[in-house]
Design a protein around this ligand. Structure first.
Ligand code: BEZ
Ligand code: FE
Length: 288
């Protein structure tokens, strides 16, 4: 076959890939080719625009390294990450999910319940506590609860590791027999996603800001349950309705309450004002 034109080339490509052996892969390639070709026809893509797109994607790849994943940022800022999340994690009564983000560190240091994890990061003290439950309201004991968050200026420890002197505002806990977790840290602030690369350029031309509302990340795992990756957002944050990565859900907005200096919820003496936050997580059963 030869002499393809704009109306015949799509079927020619679909025919050429028809022997893809894995049926799921075949379905994905088929749909990708049809949608990409339709897109190009729809916008009447010019030679210059095609070259720009290739350069943009090339620079997106070149921006990636062990600490920076510009393709995930692109997916996040175009709403693709949250679309995949929405398709794969129906609520069904369990805690809603949201983006993982680029600042998760595998196997963070484990601390005893009640520990202060702020390390070298600065901010107003925060006491966070709550429970991990199954869908039928039973405590999930010994669940692994990973926590990470930004400081009062919106930076994660991994973005300023020398300044804060090691992993900070980040820890792993295990729930007690009642499914409870608790820890001290600091109240996180809103922050811009990294915008010094191609994704930042895109946000600029789209007249969008790069900010995410303040939040604490949680990742919770327990045998027999689906792993939960989510955030608890700080109520009242100015970016809750314009999160750069579309990650906010009403059910994930926590109530952060300010208290005067005195005695903390766990009896600890505290000489500045501080915040408390309580959040109960519900895990879905693992898919059988
Ligand atoms: C985060 O919450 O850490 C995050 C999520 C998506 C993009 C950038 C940061
Ligand atoms: Fe974050």
């Amino acid at each position: 076959m030869r002499n393809f034109n704009e109306n015949t080339i799509t079927d020619a490509v679909l025919d050429r890939i028809k022997n893809t052996s894995d049926p799921r892969l075949k379905q994905i390639f088929n749909s990708l080719v049809r949608h990409m070709h339709d897109f190009v026809r729809d916008v009447r893509l010019t030679d210059a625009e095609w070259a720009f797109a290739i350069d943009f994607l090339t620079r997106t790849g070149q921006k990636c390294d062990g600490n920076r994943q510009e393709f995930i940022l692109l997916s996040d800022t175009l709403g693709v990450s949250m679309l995949v999340d929405a398709i794969n994690h129906g609520s069904g009564g369990s805690t809603e999910t949201t983006v993982l983000g680029p600042f998760y560190v595998q196997n963070p240091p484990e601390y005893p319940l009640g520990a202060d994890i702020h390390g070298g990061m600065k901010g107003e003290p925060l006491y966070a506590e709550g429970r991990v439950l199954s869908l039928d309201g039973k405590p999930v004991a010994n669940a692994i609860v990973d926590v990470w968050h930004s400081d009062q200026e919106g930076y994660y420890d991994v973005q300023q590791i020398d300044k804060v002197g090691g992993l900070s505002g980040r820890a792993r806990f295990r729930t007690d027999k009642d499914g409870k977790y608790r820890f001290w840290s600091i109240k996180p602030a809103a922050y811009p996603i990294p915008y010094d690369g191609p994704v930042g350029e895109m946000l600029t031309v789209q007249k969008r800001h790069p900010w995410r509302p303040a939040h604490v990340h949680f990742m919770i795992e327990a045998p027999g349950f689906e792993k939960l990756a989510t955030h608890v957002f700080v109520d009242g944050d100015q970016y809750l309705d314009s999160d750069a990565v579309f990650g906010v859900k009403d059910t994930l907005i926590g109530s952060f309450v300010k208290h005067d200096a005195g005695s903390g919820p766990d009896g600890r003496a505290i000489d500045t004002s501080y915040w408390t936050m309580t959040y109960v997580f519900t895990l879905a059963p693992a898919p059988s």
